[in-house]
Design a protein. Structure first.
Lengths: 244, 470
């Protein structure tokens, strides 16, 4: 199976280890991986902040980059970037005269999968052969959960990791308070929401928090680090790349 | 409307600093979430019920003119009088004129968001008509001269101790210590108000076009008394409250109490068909005031129309991580939470409350909780786009940054270069493996509350080339 990576701008620039772990995991599962370095950013930040013309120009770039790709799937290590393309790009091309763009989008969109969704639903694999002897808890990233409806796949993958103990935290499905530019526009509110999440993470007794979105993890890691917690964050791809 | 503090950031800061409020909010929202969760398990197919309700609302709102005319015909046939009010002032003027003609000196009010929206109490007081809120929560808010902080639980932000203090100060009958003493004290006071009032004013949860019935859902019985004891009953009803048939009601009566208070059914559900004793010498009157006040503007906007499906249950408030932290009053107007952030900028103006749609993490918990499945995050996004389109709350630096990002994102080489520069800059700020403070906004807005991890080595695109990951 051939897969094109949509690495996302945040992973590319801030969390490249997540990208490497994703490549390693996919290759171990026999997937042929390609990366087109013309890709940049999906435009979610501009879209969510209300700048639709700017978001649209980025969406057009995304479509141009991926429409000619012959891979069976496009896989991204992020629920929210996947949701941006699958659920929101349509709103950027809604006028009657955008028909051509809608058609071009329709060639790209059906191929896009979030990382855990791809492994479980398309490869039919739950045990990727990883091993990690720690207590972990899983945070449901909001867009992954509510825009894409993905909550079972990551948990199946985590449970199949050898020597691992998954402890569900209370209200795993509540927001971490990140919310894109919300986190800086309304930093104080974002922080108050985050503190609730951090308290639940600590209460779970886990050593690691796992999630599928580097943006949520950036918020949670930043909060844990600021409060002097010992709990660490880890992207699901990094967990699945762990060997004995 | 003049606000004590016009800035959402400052209003939420005050709320976040208030420990008593934080405790009250947490207890209340946790309780409502848990009760709702239990209550919806007794419905065989909750999702199907929501979708059914949504379809009914969608159909009704798309044919609103037809159903409103049907409603009016039926109400008039029952001997009720109908007044179409374009604005809030029109509503107040109609009621004040009616009070003058009938010699009304005092009014009892059932809890109603519609009358809160138009500040009817202020208008009545200014016209020399005494107006008393009879819902316990609204009564407390009125005594405290505050605005409601929740759609169905207006005094959610107040603790029992605060209410006891308030009653002691305002009612001068000693300090009621237990909940039962508080309610008994309010009941004694309110009973006299009911008996002396010449007019009762309520809202409505539903208005049924087919039968001309006004439906009122409540737990305290005060709304029923407001409609039955005074000789004149005026119902102020937003035009979106109409539903086509009596049969449709069964859908909404299952959804509303479960979503709102987590009850299978409220203690009282009243059905009013026109005047109690129409055209008799006893002089009982029923007036239905159908209020627009910005609703037809929402109706005209196809993208935003579904915000009119709301049945004002408050479920979206309880599950909202932002509401849970800042409470209702921080939203600056009477509609708080996700639905408030959606309808306030539309009923008022984007200029007045255009910051509300941005105060959301877009987590989507509200959409899941909404009994009529309003796509609240999508509405918030649409309002954000409208605000930026007309440059409301102008942020030139942000706009320039977004344009810059969009330009860079269309040029991969430039993207790689600016990424490298950004990471070089970020590394300068790293102390002990993380960034704890930054000199510039928006980076400093981040580091005010959390650390930023140091960027992890070369970018992925560089590694792909260098490490020959191909």
């Amino acid at each position: 199976m051939r897969v094109a990576l949509f690495i996302t701008c945040l992973v590319d620039q801030m969390f490249p280890d997540v990208g490497e772990a994703m490549v390693a995991t996919l290759r171990r599962l026999g997937v042929e991986v390609s990366f087109n370095d013309a890709q940049t950013c999906c435009g979610q930040v501009a879209f969510n902040t209300g700048y639709r013309p700017e978001a649209r120009s980025m969406a057009e770039h995304f479509i141009r980059v991926f429409e000619s790709d012959r891979s069976e799937f496009i896989v991204a290590p992020s629920g929210s970037c996947t949701a941006m393309v699958r659920n929101f790009y349509g709103e950027l091309f809604h006028r009657p005269e955008d028909r051509e763009w809608r058609e071009r989008l329709a060639r790209v969109k059906p191929k896009l999968r979030e990382f855990s969704e791809f492994i479980v639903n398309e490869l039919g694999v739950e045990d990727v052969g990883a091993s990690f002897a720690h207590r972990v808890t899983y945070h449901d990233a909001c867009h992954l959960l509510r825009e894409l409806g993905i909550s079972d796949q990551p948990r199946r993958l985590i449970r199949s990791v050898r020597n691992l103990n998954l402890i569900e935290m209370e209200a795993a499905d509540t927001c971490c308070g990140f919310g894109g530019t919300f986190s800086v526009k309304y930093g104080e509110i974002s922080n108050a929401i985050m503190q609730e999440k951090l308290a639940r993470i600590e209460k779970s007794g886990a050593e690691y928090v796992i999630a599928n979105d580097s943006s949520c993890l950036m918020q949670i890691a930043g909060g844990l680090s600021r409060t002097g917690s010992r709990v660490k964050t880890m992207h699901l791809a990094e967990l699945l790349a762990k060997r004995v | 409307m003049a606000l004590p503090n016009p800035n959402l950031t400052q209003r939420s800061h005050a709320a976040l600093e208030n420990d008593v409020l934080q405790g009250a909010l947490k207890r209340a929202t946790d309780t409502f979430i848990e009760r709702r969760r239990e209550a919806i398990t007794s419905v065989a197919d909750w999702e199907a019920l929501r979708q059914r309700a949504r379809l009914v609302k969608e159909h009704t709102i798309n044919h609103l003119d037809y159903y409103l005319e049907q409603l009016v015909t039926r109400v008039e046939a029952h001997g009720g009088k109908v007044f179409w009010a374009r604005t809030g002032e029109d509503v107040s003027k109609y009621i004040i004129d009616l009070a003058r003609v009938r010699g009304v000196k005092s009014v009892v009010k059932g809890k109603s968001m519609a009358t809160e929206e138009i500040e009817l109490n202020h208008a009545l007081e200014a016209a020399g008509v005494r107006s008393v809120e009879t819902d316990l929560g609204e009564y407390i808010i009125q005594l405290a001269h505050e605005k409601p902080s929740h759609i169905i639980v207006p005094a959610i932000h107040k603790t029992r101790a605060q209410i006891a203090d308030l009653f002691e100060e305002k009612l001068r009958e000693g300090r009621p210590n237990e909940v039962a003493e508080i309610t008994a004290m309010a009941r004694r006071r309110l009973r006299n108000e009911f008996l002396s009032a010449e007019m009762g004013i309520t809202g409505a949860n539903f208005a049924i076009a087919e039968t001309g019935s006004i439906v009122l859902v409540e737990n305290e019985g005060n709304i029923r008394l407001s409609t039955q004891v005074p000789k004149i009953h005026v119902a102020v009803v937003g035009i979106e409250k109409v539903i086509p048939r009596f049969d449709d009601l069964s859908v909404f009566l299952r959804l509303l109490p479960r979503s709102g208070t987590g009850q299978k059914q409220t203690a009282y559900v009243s059905f009013l068909n026109g005047a109690r004793q129409p055209k008799t010498e006893s002089g009982f009157e029923f007036h239905l005031v159908l209020m627009d006040n910005g609703r037809t503007r929402i109706l005209a906007d196809e993208q935003m129309r579904e915000s009119l499906y709301c049945i004002r249950c408050g479920a979206c408030l309880n599950v909202c991580p932002v509401y849970q932290k800042i409470g209702g009053q921080a939203y600056g107007w009477i509609y708080p939470g996700p639905i408030g952030a959606v309808i306030s900028p539309q009923l008022q103006s984007l200029k007045q409350s255009g910051d509300l749609p941005f105060a959301s993490s877009l987590c989507g918990a509200c959409r899941d909780a909404c009994p009529v499945a309003i796509n609240l995050p999508d509405m918030l996004l649409a309002l954000r786009a409208k605000a930026k389109e007309s440059d409301i709350g102008s942020r030139p630096a942000e706009r320039a940054a977004m344009r810059g990002v969009a330009f860079v994102a269309r040029h991969p080489k430039l993207f790689a270069l600016s990424g490298s520069l950004m990471r070089v800059f970020a590394r300068l700020l790293v102390r002990d493996g993380r960034i704890k403070s930054a000199p510039l906004s928006p980076l400093s807005d981040w580091t005010n509350y959390r650390d930023l991890p140091a960027p992890g080595g070369p970018s992925f695109r560089k590694r792909w080339k260098q490490k020959d990951m191909k």
